[in-house]
Design a protein around this ligand. Structure first.
Ligand SMILES: *Cc1c(COP(=O)(O)O)cnc(C)c1O
Length: 397
């Protein structure tokens, strides 16, 4: 991660195809295209790679989450359970629909804790949104059991975990709907882009129409299409899809490099007895986009990050103090700072959130260090990095 580290001739060729015919839109203009349908071709590739019956590309990962929830009928007043450790996109996508984000603790997988999920279920709960953070996964078995037991929708945000697997299935394909982002810093990038995947034909049809103004996409005359229901515009462009089409073909190569670099760093750190690694649930296989490990406490983790900075080890974070990924600093959410009026139900829920503490999440996020695995490092660079990391950790302990 990220895919832009490896842009090359294939990306250039796919983009050139689009510029040669000039059709930047994914729908219509059949005569001008010379047979190039980049968004459609990317959807077909993704069906294979993600082993899913249906794929709908959208404009980004945040809209993928909104479109997934809307396609399954989640909306005003419905509660969606989500983790305290994720990207701000998770609650944005829920709030956009007038639904209510309910934040709950994570466990040592750094994903949703099934027990915390079960404790948060109310008669208004409609969906559980699991977020597969940093290339690995929550315990999908226990989460699926809770969702089945309470008849809840399981939506899987796999934006940071393309290529990871669980129980011999690609991450993203385990829940009722899966969401992906192809933004500029993801393993596979389009610049901006996203996808909703599902095996449910009705959800797919809904996603297809909803993401394009409610168009029914019947026949060859876009102007004559009808609108079975309200929609919005969350379309991807052909330019973005063209880059993604090149990148998805290279995913096996990307995963191999990530795994190689990850393994060198992990083996070096595992020689330190105080260092433990995030739990990967049984049957899980990481995408190796990040390496996550735990130190004994918050203080050691903070000092280690400072040590990394001093020795020039970049792209490692302790998310406890992070503005984007952890509940502690989401004051704009807790204070319900919105440009437009929010419903009373949402304001009430956010006011409750502002008074809540998340000790279990603090316990894991406080001690965690998360390192991005780059694909542009040479083997020598990774080995040098491993040595510097080990030295910095040992100095603090
Ligand atoms: C990147 C990301 C998103 C949002 O994707 P965008 O394409 O940037 O909108 C959502 N969830 C997670 C976990 C992400 O990492």
């Amino acid at each position: 991660m990220p895919g832009f580290e490896r842009f090359g001739d294939l990306e250039r060729k796919e983009l050139q195809d689009v510029m040669d015919n000039g059709v930047l839109m994914r729908y219509g203009f059949d005569g001008m295209r010379n047979g190039h349908w980049k968004a459609k071709a990317l959807e077909n590739e993704l069906k294979n790679v993600l082993e899913s019956d249906y794929v709908q590309l959208v404009s980004n990962g945040t809209s993928a989450v909104s479109v997934a929830l809307a396609s399954a009928g989640v909306g005003a007043g419905d509660e969606v359970i989500m983790p305290t450790f994720t990207f701000v996109a998770s609650f944005e996508a829920i709030l956009l629909l007038g639904a209510i984000p309910i934040l709950v603790d994570i466990d040592d997988t750094l994903g949703l804790d099934a027990k915390a999920v079960e404790a948060a279920i109310t008669p208004k709960t409609k969906a559980v949104m699991v977020v597969q953070m940093c290339g690995s996964m929550a315990n999908m078995k226990t989460l699926s059991q809770v969702c089945n037991k309470h008849n809840l929708l399981l939506v899987e945000d796999a934006c940071q975990a393309i290529g990871g697997r669980y129980d011999n299935k690609p991450l993203g394909s385990i829940g009722d709907l899966g969401c992906f982002s192809f933004d500029f810093v993801k393993t596979v990038t389009c610049g901006e882009g996203g996808a909703v995947i599902t095996n449910n034909k009705q959800y797919y049809t809904n996603a297809d129409h909803f993401s394009d103004h409610g168009h029914d996409h019947e026949g060859n005359d876009r102007g004559a299409e009808t609108h079975p229901f309200l929609g919005y515009n969350f379309r991807i462009s052909e330019l973005h899809a063209a880059v993604g089409l090149a990148q998805i073909k290279r995913l096996p190569e990307f995963l191999e490099v990530q795994k190689k670099n990850y393994t060198i760093l992990r083996e070096a750190l595992s020689k330190i007895p105080e260092v433990t690694f995030r739990t990967v649930p049984e049957g899980g296989q990481e995408s190796y986009a990040f390496l996550n490990f735990f130190l004994p406490d918050l203080d050691t983790a903070r000092k280690t990050i400072n040590g990394f900075k001093e020795s020039g080890v970049d792209v490692c974070w302790n998310y406890f103090d992070n503005n984007w990924h952890y509940v502690r600093k989401w004051n704009h959410l807790k204070e319900a700072k919105s440009l437009f009026p929010l419903s009373k139900e949402i304001k009430d829920a956010l006011s409750l959130l502002s008074k809540k503490s998340f000790d279990q999440s603090d316990h894991f996020i406080g001690r965690n260090i998360s390192c991005l695995i780059k694909m542009s490092w040479t083997e020598d660079e990774v080995k040098k990095r491993a040595k510097l990391m080990v030295e910095a950790v040992k100095k603090v302990l």
